[in-house]
Design a protein around this ligand. Structure first.
Ligand SMILES: NC(=O)c1ccc[n+]([C@@H]2O[C@H](COP(=O)([O-])OP(=O)(O)OC[C@H]3O[C@@H](n4cnc5c(N)ncnc54)[C@H](OP(=O)(O)O)[C@@H]3O)[C@@H](O)[C@H]2O)c1
Length: 293
C-alpha cells in the first residue's frame, strides 16, 4: 500500500462537493477515512460510491450536525470509542444562508457551522490528535474571508446584518466574517500547538462547482450560482489543496500557514491581528462554555 496506509482521517461535510472528493482521494491513497455528515442517507450514498470507486472498504460514516454543539460533543465521544488514533482532521463542512437563522442552542447558524463548529470539534479531538502526533488539522476557509470583519460585540450578527439583504448579497458578509474567524483561529491555534507535533493550516479552495449556496433557499442566489458555473472548477480540482495538506510529505512540518492551489499564500492583514485573534479565542471559549486553558 502507499503513504496514507495506517492513517486515520476525519473529513467533515463529506457527502458532497470538495469534502466528498477529499475523501475519495485519501481513500484511494489507502487511508482509513471517517466521513462526518449530518444526513445518514446522503452520507451512505456517497460512501458507497467512494468505496466502489476506490476499492478501499475502510471508509466509515458517522453522523454529526456541525451547527449543534451538543451533536459535536456526542460525535467526538463516539469517535473516541471507535478509534484510538486520529492523524488528520479536515474541517471542511461549511454553509451559506440567505437569511439570519438561530439554532436551538442560540447561535446564528452561519457562525455555528462555519466557525463555532470547527472550533469545538477541534477542541474535543485535540487530545487524540496530540496523542497521535505527528498529526494535521486542516481548516477550509474561503477567498471571501478578505471581505470579512470580526466585530467581537456582534459575533452573532444581530446588529450589523440583521436584514436579509446582507446575507444574500454577492459579498456574503456574514459568511465572509465566519471564514475570516476560521483563519484567525488557525493562526492562534498554531501558536498554542507549538512543540506538540500537531500542525494546523488553513486553505482557500478557489471557486468550485459544488452545492454551496444551494441550501440558501433564495431564487436569486440559485440563479447567480448557475450563472457563475462556467467560471468554476470541478470539485476534484477544488479538493486538491485539502488532499495536499492532508497527505504530502512536503508540508509535514509546515504549520500556521494559508494555502491556495497547493502554494502558501498571504491572507488579508486583519487575519494576522494577534490581539484580535486572542480576544476572539477567549470570546469563543466563553460562548462555548469552555474553561480557559
Ligand atoms: N465551492 C466554493 O467555491 C468554495 C469556495 C470557498 C470555500 N468553500 C468552502 O469549501 C467547503 C466545502 O464546501 P463545498 O463547496 O464543497 O459545498 P457543498 O457541496 O455544499 O459541501 C458542504 C458540505 O458541508 C455540509 N454541511 C453543511 N451544513 C452542515 C452541518 N450543519 N453539519 C454537518 N455538515 C454540514 C454539507 O452537508 P449537506 O449536504 O447535508 O448540506 C456538505 O456535505 C465549505 O467550507 C465552503 O465554505 C467553497
Amino acid at each position: 500500500m502507499n503513504e496514507m496506509n495506517e492513517k486515520i482521517c476525519i473529513i467533515t461535510g463529506s457527502n458532497s462537493g470538495i469534502g466528498k472528493e477529499t475523501v475519495a482521494s485519501l481513500a484511494a491513497m489507502g487511508a482509513t477515512v471517517v466521513m462526518v455528515v449530518r444526513d445518514q442517507e446522503r452520507g451512505e450514498k456517497a460512501r458507497r460510491e467512494i468505496i466502489k470507486q476506490t476499492g478501499n472498504n475502510s471508509v466509515d460514516l458517522m453522523i454529526c450536525d456541525l451547527s449543534s454543539m451538543d451533536s459535536i460533543r456526542r460525535f467526538a465521544k463516539e469517535f473516541k470509542k471507535r478509534y484510538d488514533q486520529l492523524d488528520v482532521l479536515v474541517n471542511n463542512a461549511g454553509a451559506l444562508f440567505n437569511k439570519r437563522e438561530v439554532t436551538s442552542e442560540g447561535f446564528e447558524r452561519t457562525l455555528a457551522v462555519n466557525y463555532l463548529g470547527p472550533f469545538l470539534l477541534t477542541h474535543e479531538l485535540l487530545d487524540l490528535l496530540k496523542a497521535s502526533a505527528p498529526s494535521r488539522i486542516i481548516n477550509v476557509s474561503s477567498g471571501l474571508a478578505k471581505n470579512g470583519q470580526v466585530d467581537l460585540d456582534d459575533l452573532q450578527s444581530e446588529n450589523n446584518f440583521a436584514g436579509t439583504k446582507a446575507y444574500s448579497s454577492m459579498r456574503a458578509p456574514v459568511y465572509a466574517n465566519t471564514k475570516l474567524m476560521l483563519m484567525m483561529f488557525t493562526y492562534e491555534l498554531d501558536r498554542r500547538l507549538k512543540g506538540s507535533g500537531v500542525t494546523v493550516n488553513v486553505l482557500m479552495p478557489g471557486f468550485v462547482a459544488t452545492n454551496l449556496g444551494k441550501n440558501s433557499g433564495s431564487l436569486s442566489s440559485s440563479i447567480m450560482f448557475k450563472m457563475v458555473r462556467p467560471m468554476q472548477v470541478g470539485a476534484k480540482k477544488g479538493a486538491e489543496t485539502s488532499v495536499y495538506l492532508a497527505s504530502s510529505e512536503e508540508v509535514k512540518d509546515v504549520t500556521g500557514k494559508c494555502f491556495a492551489k497547493k502554494k502558501q499564500v498571504m491572507t488579508c492583514p486583519a487575519s494576522y491581528d494577534e490581539v484580535l485573534q486572542k480576544r476572539l479565542w477567549k470570546k469563543t471559549e466563553s460562548m462555548l462554555g469552555l474553561a480557559p486553558e
